[in-house]
Ligand binder design. Sequence first.
Ligand code: GLA
Length: 641
Amino acid sequence: MESPSVLCVRLSLKQRYFLLLCFAVGAVVVYRFTRSRSEVRRSWHVVGLRANSSQFTLETKPFRILGGSIHYFRVPRAYWLDRLQKMKACGLNTVTTYVPWNLHEPERGVFNFEDQLDLEAYLRLAASLGLWVILRPGPYICAEWDLGGLPSWLLRDKNMRLRTTYPGFTAAVNSFFNQLIKKVVPHQYSRGGPVIAFQVENEYGSYARDKDYMHFIKEALLSRGITELLLTSDNKEGLKLGGVKGALQTINFQKLNPDDIKHLDAIQPQKPKMVMEYWSGWFDLWGNLHHVYAAEDMVPVVTEILKQDMSINLYMFHGGTNFGFMNGAFAVGLPAPKPMVTSYDYDAPLSEAGDYTTKYHLLRNLFSSYHTQPLPEPPSLLEKSAHQPVVIHRHLSLWDTLHFTDKPLKSERPVNMENLPVNNKNGQSYGYTLYETIIASGGALNSRDSIRDRALVFVDRHFVGVLDYKIQELALPDGKGKRTLSLLVENCGRVNYGKTLDEQRKGLVGDIELNQQVLRDFIIHSLDMKPGFVNRLVNSAHWMSVHQRPSFPGFFQAKLYLSSSPKDTFIKLPGWNKGVVFINGKNLGRYWSIGPQQTLYVPGPWLHRGDNQVIVFEEQEADGKIQFTVTPDYGMTVDVE
Ligand code: GLA
């Protein structure tokens, strides 16, 4: 019998070509009929987002990105769908989100992509609504987020150089990207998913410490299977140094300045122009006013951007909340950093609680003219409840909770929080740290600028005063014998933008002095107030009834009873001074009477029918009750400059 190969040799050249053609056509037919629509995208003839001329193309057709940012980590998971549907109904076609490394890798090598951090579920949800996604995986994200999203354990290395090719940093990025990128690769456009582009780093042009760094990040994405369009994003000044070969440069601004666009065009001619961050509002700092950006000022700018054929991403479309201790701080041009408030309402088109604003309605009207089909109806509003005030029924002194913390550290010298031997040697990331030592006299306590960021000072647990960046000296009262000096130091949030990222260690970062003698021999308690700690508190035997005088700082407990299914609400705390609110173990964030923010958002899905446990940690002054309102109060307003 002749073998097939011999048969083949006997065929003429024409016959061979014919056979080959039949085979190829057959293969395509089989492929088309056996693959799902999304799988077909993997074939060679379907192309994703491209930037080959002055207009984007998607699937080879002209495409304009009408984008908006919603950060999945700032919105309760139960509301992801609601917010994305509202985005779709506003006429946007693309959702953009950062990825917060600090939440996904809370301890080195320990990863979390579950529940509130289930990025894949978020991508699937966007896809199910027909929204495209631009992913901004950082690793640095800025975003008014603690340390711009970098995990604080990186700062355990005293030589750390964040956002550079310092080996200690690149190794950590590689290890995180090994986990993150394999999760997002299957959600790329070419694999049938919604992700049409990836941003390389974030505004690196404003940092630009290391000329090799952007290349490293780009390769870190490419080598792990990222195949979609790459972008960078910078403000006008940053454009010069922020780009990397092979990535499209985009620009960030709030007011449209024709020179900025010319500048972008000059450095990158014949490419699509995109405003990656069109700031729809602005963030707020404690002690300042609440920023607003009038819809009547904003909408004409968006109109003009679209008229000029540019693509746009509204930063933010919906800001959400800096729950927990996740807020960043701002320091550029200030004598000392100022922390960001808990709300990230941002004066965005959708409010913190997902309500429509004037901006939303005007934008919907504008975007509708860029669609051939009518836009879907906006989903109906979620109801809110203004509950009756709840009464504090017991309180617990902070001093009676110290045995619930990790084992305290005895140390001759002060140790900054990141270098404490807690959390499996990852240090303490957020919250408060208590430093105690024995003193034998009163006198002048000088912080030598070692306090990050703010300390309540006590002698024998009696409050003496506050030390911070401004107040660096306190008079300690005289007294007999040995007494305990306590400094409860709060990390108010790490700076997220600017050149001081490497200096964001918190707690006591150096020596402090009493009468010009440095203090030694500390006992250090880490009070990061994680859910385990808050849950342990509830079983303490030291809770006291309301009839006894409360001691500060302390925990104050109340019950919110709900007889029907829970709705959103806002907490307000007139008569309280400064602290943190926990509901059913969830950290809602910080409040501070100095404002501007006066209410804390309580998402309905975090409550349940029956008794809900409310615990307030208050530093200095409490009222006997907690109040609720349906109307947020972000404080006195000022127009964004
Ligand atoms: C920059 C950053 C964002 C955010 C905005 C201000 O553009 O890229 O992450 O910090 O500023 O809200």
